[in-house]
Ligand binder design. Structure first.
Ligand SMILES: NC(=O)C1=CN([C@@H]2O[C@H](COP(=O)(O)OP(=O)(O)OC[C@H]3O[C@@H](n4cnc5c(N)ncnc54)[C@H](O)[C@@H]3O)[C@@H](O)[C@H]2O)C=CC1
Ligand SMILES: CC(=O)C(=O)O
Ligand SMILES: [Mg+2]
Length: 542
């Protein structure tokens, strides 16, 4: 779906300054004449291909990734089709810049690298006005919203309004991999203050300089936001992103049956991890329903995975109780067991009858085939943990899901070295291939970026009314099926990033099918073939 023709009257400098229609030096002679561009551009007529090479030349010349990020954001602001073309053509190189890990640094330094506003900011003083001020947003047909309050940005903690980098980055992936047109995407920051004192004292900080709004006032603000979105953009899907665990669950439970929404950190992460586990079973030969999984970390990312694995085990024939008993969690205080004081509601189903234990003892006792880390705690998978997993499993499955790279529970190289190259390893942020015993091992990236674009595209394609657990289970199955035997042989549990657009399409078609089956789709036209959905997708080529 190329939208190359500028609207009538958009000519001259205004056209060159319009990121949606700007082609810069690629405007043809004829277009220069028609759009009153003569004299405003150098003589040479370039092509988008050449422009892409120019961007890559400039990008590679930069000394630091954060500078590359700044360059790419500037490109997105002035020529969005070129930005998406670069992203799609050089995905392995660009994705780590616009997404994890560099987006983490960008959020930390957000106020210091700020050039131009992007997205929509809502503060506590907007209470009562949210519907009205949404009218200030120039687009009328918003379909995809990613919203955060910045309290748990990746594994970096409370970054307040600096967290806006995350909705911007996630939506860039929505456009690149799910073909959601940029004009239909809205990044939102619920800037309810920050408890990060350093930020509040930074003279350049751009957010609300007050402690976080909490309790009833916080919920009232989010309620008003969701209601305003439903009125203003009735077809929009809301993706909750990087909320701190108690709020993440509270908001998901509050809106999942009332609005078209999901929580990416709970549900998207769950599906990508489950897909990795499914794929690992192909290598290990173990039956999925016989696995035992130990989670390090018991926050929303980890228990979100637990909940979906349980759902999948029940779908595979186990009772809910049998399924839960295969899933164990350990957090900073050790193994989660029944009787522990102060357990959060999301932890209670997994607090089994057992005596307390540290992680090593828990591994020796439970003998899990799969170890999944979602701690935000760098190095949480120390050498002894990996060696213990490797001593009880021929092919230990190890996921270090925390982002960005500096927060990973262990590196790919460590997981392979400490398991003599036997680990089936995936990580939230990318790691380079590792040479082990003459064999190159390519770790896959276990990141919800493999899931949310397809979920969103599928939901929008069939005008879903709600997002269900079945959709995430289906997405996990489709993703796992997309892993080629060659990928598995090289050690990756995920398809290469270069296949993300095709994978998202397959997930979208499958999600739409589930929506129809569950009576959750409004679109009258039941044509949910991949080619029909592909035709709806934004194409950045001029
Ligand atoms: N790869 C992916 O797609 C995704 C990765 N994540 C990552 O998951 C991480 C956690 O996110 P949340 O669950 O929201 O955080 P959270 O703060 O709610 O939970 C962290 C949990 O880890 C535990 N923990 C911390 N240090 C530990 C240690 N050294 N040993 C054992 N347990 C430890 C804490 O007790 C807590 O239970 C973040 O770093 C985030 O980047 C989140 C979503 C998606
Ligand atoms: C990937 C992601 O959503 C996170 O680390 O929060
Ligand atoms: Mg997240």
């Amino acid at each position: 779906m190329a939208n190359s023709r500028p609207p009538a009257g958009l000519t001259g400098l205004a056209l060159l300054n319009n990121s949606q229609y700007n082609k810069s030096t690629a405007f043809t002679e004829d277009e220069r004449e028609r759009f009153k561009l003569r004299g405003l551009l150098p003589a040479a007529v370039s092509s988008q291909r050449l422009q892409t090479e120019l961007i890559m030349e400039n990008l590679r010349r930069k000394a630091y990734d954060i500078e590359r990020y700044i360059l790419l954001m500037a490109l997105q602001q002035r020529n969005e089709r070129l930005f998406y073309r670069v992203l799609l053509e050089y995905i392995e190189e660009i994705m780590p810049l616009v997404y994890t890990p560099t987006v983490g640094q960008a959020c930390r330094e957000f106020a210091h690298i700020f050039r131009q506003p992007r997205g929509f900011y809502i503060t506590p003083t907007d209470r009562g006005d949210i519907f009205d001020i949404l009218d200030n947003w120039p687009e009328r047909d918003v379909r995809m919203i990613v919203v955060t309050d910045g309290e748990r940005i990746l594994g970096l903690g409370d970054l307040g309004a600096n967290g806006m980098g995350i909705p911007i980055g996630k939506l860039a992936l929505y456009t690149a991999f799910a073909g959601i047109p940029p004009a239909q995407c809205l990044p939102v920051m619920l800037d309810v203050g920050t408890d990060n004192q350093m930020l509040r004292e930074d003279p350049l900080y751009l957010g609300t300089r007050q402690p976080r709004l909490r309790g009833a006032d916080y919920l009232a603000l989010v309620d008003e936001f969701v209601a305003a979105v439903q009125l203003r953009y009735p077809r929009a899907l809301i993706q909750f992103e990087d909320f701190l665990t108690p709020n993440a669950y509270t908001l998901l439970n509050r809106y999942r049956n009332k609005a078209l929404c999901f929580n990416d950190d709970i549900q998207g992460t769950a599906a990508v991890a489950l897909a990795g586990v499914f794929a690992a079973c192909r290598t290990t030969g173990k039956a999925f329903e016989t696995l035992k999984i130990l989670f390090l970390g018991a926050g929303s990312a980890a228990t979100g995975i637990g909940d979906l694995v349980q759902f999948a085990l029940v779908a595979a024939g186990l009772t809910p109780d049998q399924a839960r008993k295969r899933l164990w969690f350990a957090d900073v205080d050790g193994l989660l067991v029944a009787g522990r004081e102060g357990l959060a509601p999301h932890n209670r189903p997994y607090a089994h009858d057992a005596s307390p234990a540290g992680v090593i003892e828990a591994i020796e006792r439970i003998k899990p085939q799969v170890l999944i880390g979602a701690t935000g705690s760098p190095g949480a998978f120390g050498e002894r943990i990996i060696r213990t997993m490797a001593s009880i499993n021929e092919r230990p499955v190890i996921f270090a899901l925390s982002n960005p790279t500096e927060r990973a529970e262990c590196s790919a190289e460590q997981a392979y070295r400490w398991s003599e190259g036997r680990a089936l390893f995936a990580s939230g942020s990318p790691f380079a291939p590792v040479l082990m015993n003459g064999k190159t091992l390519k770790p896959g990236q276990g990141n919800n970026a493999y899931i949310f674009p397809g979920i969103g595209l599928g939901a929008l394609a069939c005008q879903a009314t709600r997002i269900s657990d079945e959709m995430f289970l289906k997405a996990a199955e489709v993703l796992a099926d997309s892993v080629a035997d060659d990928d598995l042989r090289q050690g990756s549990l995920y398809p290469p990033l270069s296949q993300l657009r095709e994978v998202s399409l397959k997930i979208a078609a499958a999600v739409a099918e589930v929506a129809y089956r569950q009576g959750l789709a409004k679109a009258a036209d039941r044509d949910i073939r991949i080619e029909t959905i592909r035709a709806m997708m934004y194409d950045p080529v001029y």
